[in-house]
Design a protein around this ligand. Structure first.
Ligand code: FAD
Length: 247
């Protein structure tokens, strides 16, 4: 069984009213990019734990996580109050199959995330493996407002490092922002406008699609992709679609 260990908050970065990131020092076991661990705090005498994806890649320290403060959310509303030096519990061992080892050979990798669902993609993209395996990688981040589009400096670094092989597209649903798509991912998978904007075709013979975050987005996107001939990726029957639902 995974052990709880105590880590220490190095920094709490408050991005917006309900987005923040924690940088944490903790002696966790090795993990694979794309995996999650559990974080916990003692709240009213009880240890409250929830799963969180690593945003940092395995070699990066301090560890980093990206959070949304859920309305009335018990743990996220306690995590947001942490300050440098505060203690936090982490599971020493990580979990999860949202990792490149589960992705069959293909040419183009699509990473589609909503909100904090971008985290595991950054963990993966800051390792060498995806750049050794795939010809092109398209990262798609869907948020509500321009202020929610965080970590643009990571995206800029990836663009600089990998040039035309790295494609990025943002969606902002509640504001009109130049260069972004005003809407939601599933509908643009159906009408082809995402591919048009990105300049890369989704193709059953070339593409694999990873989806992470809001379960409604994941469900609707999977339905649309299935209609286009893409199949769910399972160990016994490899396919094109690999998912991680956050709730
Ligand atoms: C594998 C996995 C990885 C996860 N990784 C992250 C992560 O990296 N960052 C993160 O913020 N959350 C992540 N979550 C969600 C996280 O575990 C908690 O559910 C979330 O922080 C809310 O906990 P809470 O106690 O504050 O709220 P609760 O009282 O448990 O309320 C849960 C409700 O909050 C909403 N909610 C939960 N997570 C989110 C979210 N990320 N964005 C918007 N609304 C949400 C949903 O409506 C959900 O029903 C992950 C979940 C899973 C299963």
């Amino acid at each position: 069984m995974a052990q709880w260990i105590e880590g220490r908050v190095v920094e709490n970065v408050h991005w917006t009213e309900n987005l923040f990131s924690l940088k944490i020092d903790a002696d966790v076991d090795d993990f694979t990019a794309g995996q999650f661990t559990s974080l916990a705090l003692e709240i009213d005498g009880e240890r409250v734990a929830r799963p969180y994806s690593y945003l940092s890649s395995p070699q990066q320290r301090p560890l980093e996580f990206f959070f949304y403060t859920a309305t009335d959310g018990v743990l996220s509303n306690a995590l947001v109050k942490l300050e440098a030096g505060d203690g936090i519990w982490l599971k020493q061992q990580s979990n999860g199959f949202f990792v490149l080892g589960e992705i069959p050979e293909c040419k183009d990798l699509w990473m589609l995330g909503t909100g904090t669902g971008i985290a595991p993609f950054f963990s993966i993209l800051n390792t060498d493996e995806p750049w050794q395996r795939f010809e092109n990688i398209a990262l798609v981040h869907a948020v509500r407002t321009l202020a929610d589009l965080r970590y643009q400096e990571v995206i800029d670094d990836l663009k600089e490092k990998y040039g035309d092989r790295f494609l990025f597209q943002a969606y902002v649903s509640r504001e009109l922002v130049e260069g972004t798509i005003n809407g939601h991912i599933p509908i643009t998978l159906e009408d082809g406008s995402l591919e048009e904007q990105v300049g890369l075709k989704l193709d059953v013979d070339r593409s694999h699609i990873m989806l992470c975050g809001n379960p409604d987005m994941v469900k609707d996107a999977v339905e649309t992709l299935k209609e286009r001939g893409f199949t769910k990726n399972r160990r016994r029957t490899p396919g094109h679609i690999t998912i991680e639902n956050y709730w």
